[in-house]
Design a protein around this ligand. Structure first.
Ligand code: NAP
Length: 433
């Protein structure tokens, strides 16, 4: 098992077949790394290929030397920290104290803390790993950096999505030195201020897909509500009032009735914040006032809400495919419309038209009101109808003209007096929330 763990993420053959990793010029700046694990290996590879001389400090250099690029020197910890000015500490927090024997050699040097706590450790310790390291080595300058970059990214090279490296330290000079190294390695340093920010930086990798949390909870909440509603109407009511056992509908039929409702409401929730934002701008007569935080967040999450709507619609398509055709045909048009995510608002209009034509007569049939509850589709119509009506209202020339002017900087009470250009194409380019 331990032999397995010793294997590098990318085969050493590939690393050493890269001739840029085989030899580093003598005058290249020297960097130290404490630790010989996954992160240390990937870091050494990236540093060597970025033109740095690397010396790795290990408790057992003989065992680990073969896993590093041949241009990197692997030696005992004491020797590794003696000459470089910048030393990366690629060991876990619980082992920091085992490095205290190196205090004298490390005095006056820059220690780069790359560690990431687990969720439990993060909650358990009030002080960040970097601050803890600084307290153990008061004669050193500690810089927090590179913890958000995985060993894999380090080795494979930075990609657009994860180039940013948040950096913090109490010493601007040390921060600048590490930032320059990050740039040389192809990353984008982001100055996060003093070492007090280290806790915030250490929390970053713990946040899993932060932009998806609220939209996912929203979709889940809607699903639970609609599922419960459909359960009461389609399963409980026949059971209680007609003694019919329809519990077999729970895993497929009820889910399949619920999914398009969720998809449909989510799709309308993509457009609702835009409508609210436009209403606020019209009321305030300016675009230079901040939206309330909740609206700001809602606007920022529209993409995720739209994708979740698409996901529910696609899942509904899959379910319908598994059901007999006669049950699925009812949702075909909604599906077709929602699946075309690029059609966006048109999908919403088509879905609404379909739901209205499908349900118009049914909405007035008494037998459809089980337990006095209206059919599900009448409930789902509420938000989309509000959105479509509001959008139609905004198309009225008097309102649309005013909104366009506001969005291009005109203010009702402000000094900016503005006339809309006659060129319609230019007006079209105005950003719409
Ligand atoms: P790892 O593979 O377990 O390596 C840890 C290294 O620590 C060992 O190889 C060992 O090297 C060294 N070490 C020094 N003193 C030690 C002691 N007393 N007991 C045990 N080991 C000791 O871990 P890793 O994945 O490289 O992670 C190292 C650090 O980088 C951690 O703080 C981690 O949070 C951070 N990090 C890792 C990643 C990643 O993707 N792996 C990403 C971001 C940050 P020697 O035996 O040669 O001394």
């Amino acid at each position: 098992m331990s032999r397995e763990m010793d294997k590098p993420l990318i085969s050493l053959h590939l690393v050493d077949s890269d001739t840029s990793l085989a030899k580093v010029p003598d005058e290249a700046p020297k960097v130290g790394i404490l630790g010989s694990g996954d992160f240390a290996r990937s870091l050494a590879t990236r540093l060597v290929s970025s033109g740095f001389k690397v010396v790795v400090g290990s408790r057992n250099p003989k065992r680990t030397a073969g896993l590093f690029p041949s241009a990197a020197q692997v030696t005992f910890q004491e020797e590794a920290v003696s000459s470089p000015e910048v030393i990366f500490v690629a060991v876990f927090r619980e082992h920091y104290s085992s490095l205290c024997s190196l205090s004298d050699q490390l005095a006056g040097k820059i220690l780069v803390d790359v560690s990431n706590p687990t969720e439990q450790e993060h909650l358990q310790h009030r002080e960040s790993n970097a601050e803890y390291l600084a307290s153990l080595f008061p004669t050193c300058t500690v810089v927090k950096a590179f913890n958000v970059i995985s060993a894999w990214t380090l080795q494979a090279g930075p990609r657009d999505g994860n180039r940013q490296v948040p950096i913090c330290s109490d010493q601007p000079e040390a921060k600048r030195a590490v930032s320059e190294m990050a740039i040389t390695m192809g990353f984008m340093p982001v100055d996060m201020g003093s070492l007090a920010s280290a806790r915030e930086i250490e929390a970053m990798p713990l946040r899993l897909l932060p932009a998806w949390k609220v939209p996912t909870l929203l979709a889940l909440g809607l699903f639970i509500c609609f599922y419960a509603y459909n359960f009461v109407r389609d399963v409980l009511q026949p059971y209680v009032q007609e003694s019919k056992n329809k519990f077999f509908k729970l895993p497929v039929s009820v889910v399949n009735t619920t999914l398009p409702c969720v998809a449909y409401v989510l799709l309308s929730l993509v457009y609702l914040p835009g409508v609210l934002a436009a209403t606020l701008q019209l009321r305030r007569g300016t675009k230079y006032h901040r939206f309330p935080d909740w609206l700001d967040h809602w606007l920022q999450h529209r993409k995720q809400i739209g994708l979740l709507s698409f996901f529910c619609a696609a899942l509904h398509a899959l379910y319908s495919f598994c059901l007999p055709l006669r049950r699925s045909h009812r949702y075909d048009l909604v599906n077709l419309a929602v699946k075309q995510s690029s059609l966006g608002f048109l999908a919403l209009v088509l879905s609404t038209l379909h739901t209205l034509t499908y349900g118009w007569t049914r909405a007035f049939e008494e037998s459809r009101y089980k337990f006095y509850l209206p059919p599900t589709f009448t409930l789902t119509l509420l938000v989309p109808c509000v959105v479509i009506l509001a959008k139609a209202l905004f198309l009225l020339p008097c309102i649309s003209r005013r909104l366009t002017r506001i969005r291009r900087g005109w203010e009702r009470d402000g000094a900016i007096k503005f006339t809309l250009p006659t060129d319609n194409a230019l007006a079209e380019k105005t950003s719409h929330v």
